[in-house]
Design a protein around this ligand. Structure first.
Ligand code: NDP
Ligand code: DGY
Length: 321
């Protein structure tokens, strides 16, 4: 797998259909490329393969210059890319939807159960001597059976989460988004509701929407105040969809019971961040798609997107600009 690559293109004029030569410059490390190296490396490139940790903004596009024809990101999320600017410059964009949906939904369910059934606390108590005897209400949490689950963003991942939660005996699914998705919602008899209603009626809220200017800090003080005191909040979308200060207040004031976050703002979240001090907050290091199989498939797709874009062919997964 390569983290970030810059493709400089040399095309044989004699055999235009058969022979494409690309010079590849690769940042050959699992650690993110520094901004300085990124700006230097992209100069004159025809294509860029990037990660979600690489901010591709106007400065990077300017540094790349007019050769740049294609950007391929190893992610389904495109919030790290200056999409409007990319469109304006006629650059094509490849991304990796679908192939990571199952892994991310699986992780979302794992995080929901870990949080609602207080697994980290239980493990800690068992280890540190807090487990003295079996007690009727000790380590009690909340279960999915007969619950109402609210999904913010019933897209590919949101649907895959609902599909996995249904067999747990969920009574009702609510969802919100820009518009009803009747066809997709039918599988779960999910009901389209305004955000406030979803907050007020859900026992579990799962955030699986894209980060856009409209979803930035969608989950804020107002949202958490409307939630049930017994509700569990899970975010596998992007950290910026949540106002973390407001979430901290909601968790410490007893406005909600617990939160599970696979994504934070910033990433990595500093280890001294107040959210890390809370027993009722489970934080993971953005590992939704982190299975060997999924990351390999994402890598192959990202490379194929890049190559197709360089050759002017249809990409396996092109983001519609
Ligand atoms: P989709 O495009 O299939 O779904 C995106 C969802 O966002 C849609 O349901 C859309 O709803 C919703 N949405 C967009 N705007 C709004 C809005 N204003 N209010 C509420 N909902 C909105 O994408 P995926 O399901 O494939 O991925 C979703 C996101 O998950 C990615 O963008 C990424 O940020 C995150 N992700 C995180 C991973 C992790 O490791 N934790 C792994 C993979 C993805 P509608 O169109 O109906 O309005
Ligand atoms: C994405 O693809 O957007 C994820 O956050 C990482 O897989």
């Amino acid at each position: 797998m390569f983290s970030v690559g810059f493709m400089h293109q040399a095309r044989s004029l004699e055999l235009p259909c058969l022979c494409w030569l690309f010079k590849l410059e690769q940042w050959d490390s699992d650690e993110p490329i520094s901004r300085e190296d990124l700006l230097k490396g992209v100069a004159g490139a025809h294509g860029i393969l990037c990660l979600l940790s690489d901010k591709i903004d106007k400065e990077v596009l300017d540094a790349a210059g007019s050769n740049l024809k294609v950007i391929s990101t190893l992610s389904v999320g495109v919030d790290h890319l200056a999409v409007d600017e990319i469109k304006k410059r006629g650059i094509r964009l490849g991304y990796t939807p679908d192939v990571l949906t199952d892994a991310t939904a699986e992780l979302a369910v794992a995080l929901l159960l870990t949080t609602s059934r207080r697994l980290p606390e239980g493990i800690q108590e068992a280890k540190n001597g807090g487990w003295i005897s079996w007690k009727p209400l000790w380590m009690c949490g909340y279960q999915l059976l007969n619950s109402t689950v609210g999904i913010i963003g019933l897209g590919r991942i949101g649907q895959a989460i609902a599909r996995r939660l249904k067999p747990f005996g969920v009574q009702k699914f609510l969802y919100t988004g820009r518009r009803p998705r009747a066809k997709e919602a039918a599988e779960f008899q999910a009901v389209f509701v305004p955000l406030e209603q979803l907050a007020a009626q859900s026992d579990f809220v799962v955030v699986s929407c894209a980060l856009t200017p409209e979803t930035q800090e969608l989950c804020n003080k107002n949202f958490f105040q409307k939630m049930k005191k017994t509700a569990v909040f899970v975010n596998v979308s992007r950290g910026d969809v949540v106002n973390q200060e407001d979430l901290y207040q909601a968790l410490t004031n007893g406005q909600i019971t617990a939160a599970g976050l696979d994504v934070t703002s910033p990433e990595p979240l500093p280890t001294n961040h107040p959210l890390f001090s809370l027993k009722n907050c489970v934080i993971l290091p953005h590992m939704g798609s982190a299975t060997y199989g999924t990351r390999n498939t994402m890598s192959v797709l990202a490379v194929n997107n890049l190559l197709a874009g360089l050759k002017g062919e249809p990409m396996p997964s092109e983001f519609k600009l």
